[in-house]
Design a binder for this molecule. Structure first.
Ligand code: GRF
Length: 192
């Protein structure tokens, strides 16, 4: 078995998709880390029986928060971290200190529309092809190496809500699959 931790700040639909997909495998979601008190994702974790690790950055040096996080990851022997709507940037120090890969999902076809408005900017564009990207996190904002991209052809009359729905559908289908195949590789001693 291999161990995953998920970091999230908000709604948690990707967290739910990941936790449900990992449950029937030999792997585990060791904990959900959340930096926002009362975020809905904390309730989703409780419903699914996944331990939570609430953390606050308020009035703390980023480095001391990240040290606590790394200690917890080590204690729980986590192999891979998956970001799923986690709104804090991780520092180069963290990416060096945690030895496993840190993976993120982004709701656009990177390098187009990095940052927090990926869906709005995708929708507002003239692009006929929209989609999602799974990346390995590096020190930049949505700049890491691409692991997977999936796209769809948008219809001319589609609303923003419909586009958002299709983007989330792709995320929920593909992000868990990428993570599980990485956990499988860890399990057999290969580089994830
Ligand atoms: C997703 O669209 C993901 O691509 C982005 O943040 C959003 C999180 O949504 N990084 P949810 O909290 O998983 O519903």
């Amino acid at each position: 078995m291999a161990r995953l931790a998920v970091f999230a700040s908000g709604t948690g639909s990707n967290f739910v998709a990941i936790a449900q997909a990992v449950r029937p495998t030999r792997h585990t979601v060791e904990f959900l880390l959340c930096d926002v008190a009362k975020a809905p994702v904390l309730d989703r974790a409780k419903e699914l029986g996944v331990p939570t690790f609430p953390i606050s950055y308020a009035g703390e040096k980023r480095e001391s928060v990240e040290k606590k996080i790394v200690r917890h990851l080590e204690r729980r022997q986590v192999d891979i971290v998956a970001l799923a709507g986690f709104m804090k940037l991780l520092t180069p120090w963290f990416l060096e200190a945690f030895k496993g890969p840190v993976i993120n999902i982004h709701p656009s076809l990177l390098p187009k529309y990095p940052g927090v408005h990926g869906i709005d900017e995708s929708f507002a564009s003239d692009d006929g092809e929209l989609g999602i990207t799974v990346i390995r996190v590096d020190a930049g904002v949505d700049t890491g190496p691409v692991i997977l991209q999936k796209s769809f052809r948008r219809e001319a009359e589609e609303t923003r809500k419909q586009v958002e729905f299709r983007i989330h559908q792709l995320e929920h289908e593909w992000y868990p699959q990428v993570l599980i195949s990485m956990l499988d590789r860890v399990d057999v001693g290969a580089a994830p």
